[in-house]
Structures are given as structure tokens and as C-alpha cells.
Design a protein around this ligand. Structure first.
Ligand code: C2E
Ligand code: MG
Ligand code: MG
Length: 692
């Protein structure tokens, strides 16, 4: 309770006897020291109120030609917030409501006054005023000051169970002054059914002194039936015994803020693209499941780590916008496949995680299978039909985890294992996988040192003319001598690209293969006309000094530019076609020739490639059928016809049998590579292939 030691009171009273009476009542008060000033004049009263030197005003209702209500209204209109108590004579009872409406803190009937009643009324008014003031201040503190003036006020008198609602309070809900009676029910009947119990509980807790104030957010039904979010704050006024007699407070419309914060909360825990939960929310739910499984042995869960196969190809060849659309479509399908209690989240990129409550391992496996099955149905994205599969790793709570991140890590490891087993499969985590993952990390670290340790090699695979059967060139393919093991490019290149090592490795291969070609040219005239084909990753292509690097490698080796073919994949031209076309053109101007590698594995159409200056098209080995399926042959024929129209040579990759070679020859293909002629071999062996 507020301790009021000295209270400055202005009495506005035209009857001197009544002044004396009031003065005596105040002097009698033992609890508070009152400093009383008196004026019988309306004008003087208004001037004093404007100066604001008093804590409280006692205003007589009957003031000659004026009345107390006028003073009250005038004072409120000019911004006076101090309490004004109206004093009425006997039989002025009807003034009561008008006084409250005009903003009186209290009204007292003069004949019934005693020292205690008057003192208490003043104390309450001051206290209530302070709480309202404090509320206003705290609202400002909460940066609601702009809206503060718009707040509604309510004062709940607990003694007679009536509530004073300010006009603004009613207006906020779309009601006019007379439409709301002073009953608590007018408030609580409009609170959303889901919120009302909590609101009542909060108010009760404060009434009983268990909380310092009331602060409650709830929905209120407006006149049109729609709900708006309101913040009600309040503070109880208590009597000497600490019993709450009134609760006064404000009501603020926080609908906009609520929408904004809800949005922020949502954004903090959801992925912006797919609207799925994000990593933070997933980890939170996983944490909960882990906690539950520790306490209840029959509460088991599984985490599925799902990664789209070859998503990078889609992104690189169709562009990010369509890649994004595919991710949205995948997210929708995952949601549709799973139950309402399962959590599916997007971790980033093309990685999704799923949290399942399960009874048996079989439940997790079945769900993984169902997901894979549903993903197999082609996606329509823009005008494209995209086939997508996913590799899934599964980790089970039965493994006995301490930390949620370990569950995720193991599901991830299992997913990698699934990928390496040939994609579109699922794999359940076991302990040996962890060892393999550690090995992979070691592999990466070792690869960094491979150049300085002189462990990189280049192997050469002949490019053969199907017309003459003679070797016309070699493709340089990187190898890594790791102890006894010779690691192939398929294992090196993806990791080198992820880590950025591809730049130095690629440059090394370029220089080494040109050095080798120059050496062959010097000693063996039969090799003088051979071409060297060198692969260039998209990362290398983006290097600003690529032209200089190529020129320097050629100059240092002494090989003429015409003998060098650089092989690039569709990915280099997708993101920035104009810049890519310009760079390819400048490379060609130096005399270097350019091949489009792995054609058919991306999503570019041949006609869209016509604006790029490729010399050679290399048809991917996936179009070379092993079982004599003629449909693939037709595709190869169509591609090669179109390529010729566009002025490109055609090379087919991956010929392994005489039958395949024969068919390609029939189709009129000029050049070929493949194990049938020779796998990639070291330089010495390669040299031996040239003399037939
Ligand atoms: P690519 O450029 O399409 O090279 C052909 C790949 O197919 C080589 O694998 C080769 O060993 C394999 N291959 C050749 N003939 C046959 C066949 O008849 N049957 C089968 N099944 N496979 C055949 P490799 O050497 O593992 O290289 C894989 C990929 O790594 C290459 O595909 C190329 O894109 C990339 N790569 C290799 N060396 C380099 C390099 O120095 N720099 C860059 N950036 N990429 C490289
Ligand atoms: Mg190649
Ligand atoms: Mg290729």
C-alpha cells in the first residue's frame, strides 16, 4: 500500500460552514496529514487545477450558477489526471452515474461523512490514480505509448461487483456507450472460451495477493463476432486489511503486435521456403522425444534423415527457382505421406528429417519405404516433369542416445551409407557406419595434403575414332595414390568440390596432362596430332583468372591451344548463361576447344545449347544400353543428328562391348571412349595404345 504522509487538498465549496466541517473532519484524521486549501469560486478553482499543485480535489456538486460536474468535465478536458471527488447533498443520488462518467474518482454524500470515510475515499482515489498512472507509465515502457492513449480503462468494484468500462473500452470492441452495462459478465462473456479460465485465474491470483499485478493476453469478441487480441493490465486497490476492494486497469488492442510476433515466432522455427519446421524446432521436438524415451521404456522413436538424390543436377540445370519449387513439392508430399503426430522438418538444402513415434523398428522401415514410393511419382514443376528419389538413413532411440545431436548425426551417417549403396534406398544406422564416417573425414584431411605429398596421378583414357579405329586423343582423369590403393575420380572429385580443393587439383591435372602430351609429342611423331581432353569443374570455371591459367599452362608446356579440349558440364552455363557464353567464346578465340560432357544427365535441351560455342558433345554413358534396348539408340541418333546441325562433333562415352561399338558405328557416331577400347591407364600404358 502506498504510504501517503502529506496530502494537499483543494476544497471547492461555496458554503463556508461546509468548509469548516470538512476542515475539521480532515484535521481529525490520524493516519494522514492533510494540507487543506479552500476556494468558493469556480474561476479560482479552474486556475488552481490548471496549476496542478494539489494532490486531490474535493468539489461540491452545487456551486451557485455552476455545478461540480462542470468543473469535473472541464478539468478532465484540459488534461487534469488528479483525482476529483464530488461532494453531494442529500437527495442528489442521481448524480452518482453522471459523476463516474465524467471521471470522478468517488462521490460522497455530505451528511453521511465522517472523518474515516472521507480519509479513506481520498486515500483510495490517490491510490487508484497512482496505479493508473503507473499503468500508463509501464505501457510506455513497453513501447505501447503510441497506443497508450487508445487504451480502454476498466475499474472493477469488488464490493458491489460492478465494472466501470470507459467509452474507449467499449469502442475498442465496436460498442457504443449504452450498449455495455457495468456488469463483469459484459467482459467475461466476450472473452474467447479458450482464454476465459486463464484470465479469471490471473485476476483471482492477483486479488489474493499472489502476483504483483495482472497482465493477461486474451481474445475478445467484437460486435461483429470477430475476435481481437487484447492485453488487460490491472492492479488491485486494497483496504487497510489488505483485502482487494477494487481492481483498476487498462485494455490494449494488441492484435497487430500479436500477429507480428506470432509471425516472428513462426519464422524463427520454420523454413521460409517449405513452411516446414526448421532445424531448431526439430531438435526441440527430438529433445522431448528423447526425454520421454528415457522415462518410459515403451516410448520409442526413430529419426529418418532424407536426402534427395541428384538434387544438385536439378538445381544446376533448371536453375534455383525451379529447384525451390521442387523442394516445396517434395515437402508437400512428405507431409501428405506422414501422420499428424510425426514431425517433418527441412534442415536446409535438399535435406529433410522426420521424427516418428514407433513401436517397432519395422514401423520406421515401413514409413521409409512408403516415403520412397511416394517420391517416385514424378513431380510437375513448371513445364518440367522431374523424377526424384531419396536416400534415407534411420536412427533408432533403441540405440540408447544421450544427446539429440547424436541421433541426428547417426541418421545422417546412415543416409550417406544409403547413398553409397546406390541411392533410392534406406539404411538403418549401425555402429560400423560411425567408423566409416570417421574414415571419410580422415580421407578429406589426407586429400588436402595429396598435392604436396606428390600422391596425385593422371590416368589417360583413349578417345577413339569409330571410322579409323585409331586413337585420336586422351581424356585426362585424376587418380590418387593412397598407399596401395588407387582412388578414382568418382571418389575424389565430389569431396574436392565440397572442400574447394578442386581448384588446385584441377589446375594440377591441367598442367600435368599438358606436360605429358608435350613429352609424347617430342619423342613420338605418331603422337604429335593427339588431343588432350581435360575436365573442368564448374568451380574452376568461375575463377576470374581461368583464361590466364589455361594460357600459362599451354605456354609452359609448349602445347598449341588447338590440341587442348576442355570438358565442362551443363552446370557451368545454367546460373549465368551470358557470362558463361562470353567466357567460352574467349577461350575458343585462343584456339582451345570446348566439349559439353555428360550430355543427357542434366535437364538442358539441345536447342537451348545452340547459343553456346561447343565443339563437341559427349553423350553420357547412361544412354548406351547394355541389353540392346533400341529406344536408347534412337535417343542417341536424335541427339547426334541435332548436334551435327549445330556444327558439333559427337563422342559417346562408356562403350564396353563390341556390340555397342557396332551399333554406334551404324548410327554414324564419330568418336567413342570406353572400357571396350581401354580403361583409363597410366601414361606409359597409354603410350603403348597409340601405335596400332
Ligand atoms: P567423365 O568426364 O565423364 O569421365 C568418364 C568417367 O567414366 C571416368 O571415371 C571413366 O573411368 C569412366 N568410364 C570410362 N569408360 C567407361 C566404361 O566403359 N564403363 C564405365 N562404367 N565407366 C567408364 P572417373 O575417372 O572415375 O571420373 C569420373 C568423373 O570425375 C569424370 O567423368 C569427370 O567428370 C570427373 N573428373 C575426373 N578427373 C577430373 C579432373 O581432373 N578434374 C575435374 N574437374 N573432374 C574430373
Ligand atoms: Mg569428362
Ligand atoms: Mg562424361
Amino acid at each position: 500500500m502506498i504510504d501517503i504522509r502529506e496530502v494537499r487538498v483543494l476544497l471547492v465549496e461555496d458554503d463556508e460552514d461546509d468548509y469548516v466541517l470538512t476542515r475539521d473532519l480532515l484535521t481529525d484524521s490520524r493516519r494522514t496529514r492533510f494540507v487543506l486549501e479552500w476556494t468558493p469560486s469556480y474561476g479560482e478553482a479552474m486556475a488552481a487545477i490548471a496549476l496542478g499543485q494539489h494532490d486531490v480535489y474535493l468539489v461540491d456538486y452545487r456551486l451557485g450558477e455552476h455545478d461540480g460536474l462542470e468543473i469535473l468535465r472541464e478539468a478532465r478536458a484540459t488534461g487534469c489526471v488528479r483525482p476529483i471527488i464530488l461532494l453531494t447533498g442529500q437527495g442528489d443520488g442521481e448524480v452518482d452515474i453522471a459523476a463516474m462518467k465524467a471521471g470522478a474518482a468517488d462521490y460522497l454524500v455530505k451528511g453521511q461523512l465522517d472523518s474515516q470515510i472521507l480519509e479513506r475515499s481520498i486515500r483510495y482515489s490517490l491510490e487508484q490514480n497512482r496505479t493508473l498512472e503507473a499503468l500508463r507509465e509501464s505501457e510506455e515502457r513497453y513501447a505501447l505509448s503510441a497506443r497508450g492513449a487508445n487504451d480502454g480503462l476498466w475499474v472493477w468494484d469488488l464490493r458491489d461487483d460492478t465494472v466501470y468500462y470507459s467509452d474507449r473500452w467499449k469502442e475498442m470492441l465496436g460498442f457504443t456507450q449504452d450498449e455495455v452495462t457495468p456488469s463483469p459478465d459484459e467482459w467475461f462473456s466476450r472473452v474467447h472460451p479458450d482464454d476465459v479460465a486463464m484470465l479469471r485465474a490471473d485476476i483471482d491470483a492477483h486479488r489474493h495477493g499472489n502476483t504483483p499485478s495482472i497482465e493477461h493476453e486474451h481474445r475478445m469478441r467484437c460486435w461483429d463476432g470477430r475476435y481481437r487480441w487484447m492485453l488487460a493490465r490491472g492492479v488491485a486497490v486494497r483496504d487497510a486489511g489488505g483485502v482487494a476492494t477494487r481492481v483498476a486497469g487498462s485494455q490494449t488492442d494488441i492484435t497487430e503486435r500479436k500477429i507480428a510476433t506470432d509471425r516472428l515466432m513462426h519464422d524463427a522455427f520454420h523454413d521460409g521456403l517449405t513452411e516446414l519446421p526448421n532445424r531448431a524446432l526439430f531438435m526441440d521436438r527430438l529433445e522431448n522425444s528423447l526425454e520421454r524415451s528415457r522415462h518410459y521404456t515403451d516410448s520409442q522413436f526413430a529419426v529418418l534423415f532424407l536426402d534427395l538424390d541428384r538434387f544438385k543436377v536439378v538445381n544446376d540445370s533448371l536453375g534455383h527457382a525451379l529447384g525451390d519449387q521442387l523442394l516445396i513439392a517434395v515437402a508437400d508430399r512428405l507431409r501428405a505421406t506422414l501422420g499428424p503426430t510425426d514431425t517433418v522438418a527441412r534442415l536446409g538444402g535438399d535435406e529433410f528429417t522426420i521424427l516418428l513415434e514407433i513401436d517397432h523398428l519395422a514401423d520406421a522401415v515401413r514409413t521409409a519405404e512408403r516415403l520412397q514410393e511416394n517420391l517416385r511419382i514424378p513431380f510437375r514443376v513448371g513445364e518440367h516433369e522431374i523424377f526424384s528419389t531419396a536416400s534415407i538413413g534411420i536412427a533408432l532411440s533403441a540405440t540408447g542416445y544421450e544427446r539429440s545431436q547424436d541421433v541426428l548425426r547417426d541418421a545422417d551417417i546412415a543416409m550417406y551409407r544409403a547413398k553409397s549403396r546406390g541411392r533410392a534406398v534406406h539404411e538403418v544406422f549401425d555402429k560400423t557406419m560411425h567408423e566409416r564416417a570417421v574414415k571419410l573425414l580422415k580421407f578429406e584431411t589426407e586429400l588436402r595434403r595429396s598435392i604436396e605429398r606428390d600422391e596425385l596421378r593422371v590416368h589417360y583414357q583413349p578417345v577413339v575414332s569409330l571410322e579409323t579405329n585409331g586413337v585420336v586423343g586422351f581424356e585426362a582423369l585424376v587418380r590418387w595414390q593412397l598407399g596401395d590403393e588407387l582412388v578414382t575420380a568418382d571418389e575424389i572429385v565430389p569431396i574436392a568440390e565440397d572442400t574447394g580443393l578442386i581448384l588446385s587439383i584441377g589446375l594440377w591435372v591441367l598442367r600435368e596432362s599438358l606436360r605429358q602430351l608435350a613429352a609424347w609429342q617430342r619423342v613420338n611423331p605418331a603422337m604429335a596430332k593427339l588431343d588432350m581432353h581435360v575436365n573442368l569443374s564448374a568451380k574452376q570455371f568461375l575463377q576470374p583468372n581461368l583464361l590466364e591459367q589455361v594460357a600459362a599452362a599451354l605456354a609452359d608446356s609448349g602445347v598449341v591451344p588447338q590440341r587442348l579440349h576442355l570438358e565442362v558440364t551443363e552446370s557451368v552455363i545454367i546460373d549465368n548463361p551470358e557470362a558463361a557464353a562470353a567466357l567460352l567464346e574467349r577461350l575458343r578465340e585462343t584456339g582451345v576447344r570446348i566439349s559439353l560432357d555428360d550430355f543427357g544427365t542434366g535437364y538442358s535441351s539441345l536447342s537451348s545449347l545452340s547459343q553456346f560455342p561447343f565443339d563437341t558433345l559427349k553423350i553420357d554413358r547412361s544412354f548406351i544400353s547394355t541389353n540392346g534396348d533400341r529406344r536408347n539408340d534412337e535417343i542417341v541418333r536424335t541427339i547426334s543428328n541435332l548436334a551435327r546441325i549445330l556444327g558439333m562433333d559427337v563422342t559417346v562415352e562408356g562403350l564396353e562391348s563390341a556390340d555397342q561399338v557396332g551399333r554406334m558405328r551404324e548410327l554414324g557416331i564419330e568418336f567413342a571412349q570406353g572400357f571396350f577400347f581401354s580403361p583409363p591407364v597410366d601414361a606409359e600404358t597409354a603410350e603403348g595404345l597409340v601405335n596400332f
